[in-house]
Ligand binder design. Structure first.
Ligand code: NAP
Length: 237
């Protein structure tokens, strides 16, 4: 096993925020396990640029077996992880349908990816994060998951899946307190990605840079669950 100072696993690493987080952590010298469903030109380039430091782990977080197999692959390379970022998520176009037209099958899919995906990852990688040095577990949440700030009257599945992810973050913080693992639910800002669209004010690169700093500054205080935005400002649950 080659030893790197620090290691991170990031889901949804092929595009958007996940890709920018991967690049940022590579630049900072981390060994990056990039969880992706399918390689593309950019991930191929990263593999060439960072042989050994950038490891592609094929994973579909909505599938139990896929997450179990991904875990086996990660464990071939690393016996601990410093940071895990559950970033993969889906926001289906059906999320915008009115209440009477809501498609329950699509809602189940959104829950399976956005909420149960991170839970599968937690179940499988708990032992590696507990052995890490930094011990930071990040769930990329959203302002859409804030119950206190809720303004919408649609997007039920996406908003509910992120609110439930916030609860998952709080439960995990309680569960891992004794192991000194810090759990962060982070709203990454409204970003120009396939999900956020062209009108968004923030680039995923800017968000990734800020999230990197925010994680460094908020890795203590395991007694309290934390929901913050990409700049570290507390967000109402
Ligand atoms: N964009 C925004 O304005 C915004 C705002 C608030 C919160 N967020 C959150 O920020 C995170 C990143 O969003 P983004 O804007 O970068 O989204 P994006 O551009 O749509 O990228 C989503 C990523 O998730 C992956 N993914 C989707 N389903 C998956 C599955 N079943 N298994 C594994 N990977 C899967 C996609 O992989 P493929 O390439 O294989 O499809 C892709 O890499 C998400 O958690 C999102 O909810 C985004």
């Amino acid at each position: 096993m080659t030893s790197y100072n620090q290691s991170i696993f990031i889901t949804g690493g092929a595009r958007g925020l996940g890709l920018e987080l991967s690049k940022k952590y590579l630049g900072e010298g981390f060994r990056v396990f990039a969880g992706i469903r399918q390689s593309n030109r950019v991930t191929d380039q990263l593999e060439n640029l960072y042989p050994k430091q950038y490891i592609v782990i094929q994973v579909d977080v909505s599938d139990d077996q896929s997450v179990t197999e991904a875990t086996v692959k990660i464990k071939k390379h690393a016996d601990q992880l410093d940071v895990v970022i559950n970033n993969a998520a889906a926001r289906f176009k059906e999320t915008l349908l009115s209440l009477d037209a809501i498609d329950i099958d699509t809602s189940l899919k959104a829950f399976n990816i956005n909420t149960l995906g991170p839970l599968r990852v937690a179940k499988n990688l708990a032992d590696l994060i507990k052995k890490g040095e930094m011990k930071v577990w990040v769930n990329i949440s959203s302002e859409a998951g804030s119950i206190a700030n809720c303004q919408r009257n649609s997007e039920f599945d996406y908003c509910m899946s992120k609110a439930a992810l916030n609860m998952q973050s709080a439960l995990l913080q309680n569960e891992w307190k004794e192991d000194q693992v810090k759990v962060l639910a982070i709203h990454p800002g409204w970003m120009k990605t396939d999900m956020g669209g062209e009108r968004a004010p923030l680039s995923p690169r800017e968000s990734a840079q800020a999230i990197y700093e925010t994680i460094k500054k908020n890795k203590e205080n395991v007694d309290k669950s934390t929901f913050i935005d990409y700049e570290g400002t507390p967000y109402p649950w």
